[in-house]
Design a binder for this molecule. Structure first.
Ligand code: EPZ
Length: 423
């Protein structure tokens, strides 16, 4: 198991380029199951989670190959005439996003057997909305031995109107993918509006699907008989970009992030300006300059276009050094403060009360060994370690590798002194 050793207190200066988005690549790769043939997905980041999705499709009988060299972000997927429509527990337990194969499998093959994802460090994360949506489209669902057994009652799903009880990103993606091959029209309400949902819809439309309204609360899908193979480049990773932008807002830092989409980062940019960082557009991206000690600011997470829950931990790391107290409120997940105790090991002053965390800024952090608990928590600990004096060791960085493509190789050219070693 690896750890990252950081010699902190060095200002970060320079530019970095973001990779493709994990949370767009996963559903887009899964959507290949909707059509037989040779599919090509570009700008796919080299991440542990993407490799899990590759293995999942391979276990179903698909052939997945990643290019090399200049093509190392290109994935080609050959989907045969028939697949084994099953997602085993061994894979789903390592990556709950595997559940997004459920919709495509039921829609295309009329049946699926997908392991129920277990609990997660950041919350219970049930999939009841996914199942309610599929059942509204005529899927017969049962839970047996920890698996969702799904069957299209008449061999084919049928269009319907369905309103999600709560906004769910992969729920919207799963039911949208199920609806593209259903008989008739589906109208989905209270949908997630995340850029990754829009990117998936664009990929599906490129395959021949008929979708309107992606990016709004209401999505209309007119089912078609069949789709053609996929050819799509996934969007840039707004969470990786956000993590690098927050790095730029630490005192004395100056970071230019290339390849990000400013429209996907407005809620974050607004907060970075409120803490006193200079945020300016540059060709192909954004630049952030940390002018002095951050000002305190209150942050409340929410579904897009609100402040992303996947940026909460990184923003907290920045606010540990603010000149005053900030209140963060996590509204999306019920247990997403696992990083708090670790930040306190670096000298932060944070009090958690239910969904709220009061961060009382301190003048400086000091390095220490810390433990990552989940993907975004690990990124926050790296940012805090870079700002802290002395040495910080971030353990369990396998969490980081799930969602960041070689983060330390992107930070080192900015002057960061960090290295990956065996723990
Ligand atoms: C997606 O997860 C992302 N993952 C998460 O990113 C992200 O944190 C989350 O959306 C919110 O933005 C991927 O896209 C692969 P949700 P998802 O369903 O779809 C509740 C990262 O760090 N809910 O929108 O699983 C749920 O418990 C990861 O990259 C139900 O109650 O999240 C949560 O409280 C972490 N029933 C809320 O809704 C359901 O059926 C939002 O969850 C579904 C969700």
């Amino acid at each position: 198991m690896d750890k990252i050793v950081i010699e902190g207190g060095v200002p970060l200066r320079g530019g970095a380029t973001v990779s493709g988005a994990k949370n767009a690549a996963l559903p887009v790769v899964a959507s290949a199951l909707l059509a037989e043939g040779e599919h090509v997905v570009r700008n796919v980041p080299e991440l542990a989670d993407v490799r899990t999705m590759d293995r999942l499709l391979s276990a179903m009988g698909c052939e997945v190959a990643r290019g090399s060299g200049a093509d190392r972000h290109v994935l080609s997927i050959r989907v045969p005439r028939s697949v084994k429509p099953e997602a085993p527990y061994e894979m789903v337990k390592t990556m709950r996003a595997s559940v997004v194969v459920l919709g495509p499998l039921v829609a295309r093959w009329g049946r699926a057997r997908v392991s129920l994802p277990g609990g997660c460090a950041i919350g219970a994360r049930p999939i009841d909305q996914h199942l309610k949506g599929l059942s509204a489209l005529g899927a017969d669902l049962s839970l047996e031995h920890g698996y969702v057994e799904a069957r299209a009652l008449r061999g084919r799903l049928r269009g319907a109107t369905f309103v999600f009880d709560g906004v769910t990103v992969t729920g919207t993606e799963n039911v949208m993918m199920a609806a593209v091959l259903a008989e008739g029209t589906t109208v989905l309400g209270n949908c997630a509006r995340e850029p990754e949902v829009v990117d998936l819809a664009e990929a599906l439309v490129a395959m021949g699907a008929r979708i309107r309204g992606a990016g709004t609360q209401e999505i209309t899908i007119e089912g078609v008989e069949r789709l053609r193979p996929l050819s799509h480049a996934v969007i840039a990773d707004r969470i990786e970009a956000g993590t690098l932008l927050v790095a730029g807002a630490f005192p004395g830092n100056d970071v230019a992030v290339q390849g990000c989409v400013p429209a996907h980062l407005e809620a974050l940019v607004e907060k970075l300006r409120l803490v006193g960082a200079r945020v300016e557009p540059i060709p192909g991206g954004l630049r952030v300059v940390g002018d002095g000690r951050p000002r305190p600011v209150d942050v409340r997470t929410a579904p897009f276009p609100g402040f992303a829950t996947d940026m909460q931990a990184q923003m907290m790391a920045l606010l540990t050094l603010a000149d005053g107290s900030s209140v963060l409120t996590e509204t999306v997940f019920e247990n997403r403060y696992m990083h708090v105790l670790e930040l306190k090991r670096l000298g932060a002053d944070i009090t958690v009360d239910g969904r709220a965390a009061v961060v009382k800024g301190v003048p400086a952090l000091s390095g220490a060994p810390v433990m990552a608990s989940d993907l975004r928590a690990s990124a926050a600990l790296v940012l805090a370690g870079l700002a802290a004096s002395g040495t910080t060791e971030v353990h369990r960085v396998y969490h980081l590798d799930r969602g960041y493509e070689r983060l330390e190789e992107k930070l080192a050219p900015l002057g960061a002194r960090l290295r990956r070693t065996r723990a």
